[in-house]
Design a protein around this ligand. Structure first.
Ligand SMILES: Cc1cc2nc3c(=O)[nH]c(=O)nc-3n(C[C@H](O)[C@H](O)[C@H](O)COP(=O)(O)O)c2cc1C
Length: 173
């Protein structure tokens, strides 16, 4: 089971649309997967699940999306030159349980030109610290608002090819 993590809590995020696109590609390939949208976490999770405290609602998300997964595709927007704080807060709540020794593919999303290149480096360092295996081919989707058309379809053939190639490689990684 692959969990696609949409690593932001911003409602209406383009990152979630990219997560849906990865989901469509995996569905066409008949690969079992699910999307974990961080905006669905309980609002106070960082206080109520930190340092020996936990809530049933948070544990439900943790079991379903982290423990039951054997691989992750982390789709991360660029926020102030890095990945969103909510993702680090989530990791600080769980540590490396359910992540250690699993495989991770990374995707950066930005409205600027960098495609969250620096955030992907920060995430690589984070996952290596957690002793997960990071796939070396990372998608950097820059100028993202220009890639989706008015029907919310990503109609850029080069980007679609890049995504397909990343997924093909990750499945045999
Ligand atoms: C808090 C915040 C910080 C941001 N910082 C950057 C940035 O440093 N570089 C950049 O290219 N875009 C930045 N953006 C714009 C996002 O890249 C843009 O919103 C893009 O659509 C991906 O984010 P989304 O998934 O929230 O839509 C920022 C957006 C937010 C909400």
């Amino acid at each position: 089971m692959i969990t696609i993590i949409s690593a932001t809590n911003r409602l209406g995020s383009i990152t979630y649309k990219v997560a849906m696109l990865y989901s469509e590609v995996l569905s066409k390939m008949d690969v079992k997967h699910q999307i974990f949208d961080l905006s669905h976490l309980p609002n106070d999770f960082i206080f109520s699940n930190f340092d020996d405290t936990s809530t049933d609602d948070f544990v439900k998300h943790f079991d379903k999306y982290i423990i039951k997964a054997d691989r992750f595709i982390v789709i991360s927007p660029e926020y102030h030159g890095s990945y969103p704080g909510i993702f680090k807060a989530f990791i600080d709540c769980i540590g490396n349980e359910g992540i250690k020794e699993k495989k991770v593919a990374l995707v950066g999303v930005s409205s600027g030109r960098a495609g969250n290149l620096r955030g992907l480096d920060h995430l690589s360092a984070l996952f290596h610290h957690l002793r997960a295996e990071v796939y070396s081919s990372k998608s950097k989707l820059s100028l993202i608002h220009k890639l989706f058309n008015e029907q919310d379809v990503l109609d850029d053939s080069d980007t679609l090819k890049l995504i397909q190639n990343q997924i093909n490689g990750f499945l045999t990684f």
